[in-house]
Write a protein of this length. Structure first.
Length: 221
C-alpha cells in the first residue's frame, strides 16, 4: 500500500517539470528577440540612409558634370598637373563656360590652348590684362607655380572661364571618350532610378505588412 502510494508522487514530479520549463522558455523568448528585431531595424535604416546618400551623390555628379555642360554649352576638363594646388589638385574636373575676351578680369581662372589651334589646354589664373600694339593679352600663372607663364594668352586661345569644379572627379572619367561617358551616365542614371524604385516599393510593402500584423484594438461599448 505504501509503495503504491509513493509511485504517483515520484512519476508526477517529472511530468510537471517540462511544462514549467516550456512556460519559462516561452516567457523569456520575446525579451531576447526584441533586441535582435530592434537591431535589424536600425541596421536596415542605416543601410537605407547610406543608399540614399550614394544615390544623391551620383545623381548630383551626373547632373553637374554631364547634363549641365550639355545644356549650357559648357565643357568639362580634367586638371592633370599640380599647378593649381591647393584648390584644384590633379584629378579635379572643371566646368568651363565660354566668355567674351573683354569680360575676363584679373583673378579669373580660365582654360586656354597652350598653343593657338592646338588641342592641348591648361587652366591657370589671370594675373594681368595687358594692352599691346597687337591687342589685349592675358598674363596667367598657376597658383602653385613660382613664376608667371612665359607666353601671353591671345583671344583665340581662350576656351572659357572656369564656372565650377570638383576635386578628384576627373579620376572617374579620365580616359573615357565623351560619347562613352554620356552612355555610361545614362546607364548609371537608369540603374539609380531602378534602385530607388525598388527601395520605395520595399518600404511601402514593409509598412503594409506591419499594418496587417498589428492587431486592431477591441471595439469599446
Amino acid at each position: 500500500m505504501e509503495a503504491s502510494a509513493t509511485v504517483p508522487a515520484e512519476t508526477g514530479d517529472p511530468a510537471e517539470a517540462p511544462a514549467e520549463t516550456d512556460e519559462s522558455a516561452a516567457a523569456t523568448e520575446p525579451s531576447g528577440s526584441a533586441p535582435r528585431s530592434r537591431g535589424r531595424r536600425i541596421a536596415g535604416l542605416i543601410t537605407k540612409i547610406i543608399s540614399w546618400i550614394v544615390i544623391g551623390a551620383a545623381v548630383l555628379l551626373i547632373v553637374a558634370f554631364v547634363l549641365v555642360p550639355r545644356v549650357t554649352g559648357a565643357t568639362p576638363y580634367t586638371v592633370l598637373t599640380g599647378s593649381m594646388r591647393p584648390n584644384m589638385p590633379p584629378g579635379t574636373t572643371v566646368v568651363v563656360r565660354p566668355i567674351d575676351f573683354d569680360a575676363i578680369r584679373v583673378g579669373d581662372v580660365i582654360t586656354y590652348q597652350i598653343a593657338s589651334g592646338k588641342p592641348e589646354v591648361v587652366t591657370h589664373r589671370v594675373i594681368a590684362v595687358n594692352v599691346t600694339q597687337d591687342g589685349p593679352r592675358l598674363q596667367t600663372k598657376g597658383d602653385a607655380n613660382p613664376a608667371p607663364d612665359p607666353n601671353p594668352v591671345r583671344p583665340e586661345q581662350v576656351r572659357g572661364k572656369v564656372w565650377y569644379w570638383a576635386p578628384f572627379v576627373g579620376y572617374l572619367s579620365q580616359g573615357i571618350q565623351s560619347d562613352t561617358r554620356t552612355w555610361v551616365a545614362r546607364g548609371i542614371g537608369i540603374a539609380l532610378i531602378g534602385y530607388a524604385a525598388v527601395v520605395v516599393v520595399g518600404a511601402v510593402r514593409g509598412r503594409a505588412r506591419r499594418r496587417r500584423e498589428t492587431p486592431e484594438p477591441p471595439a469599446s461599448h
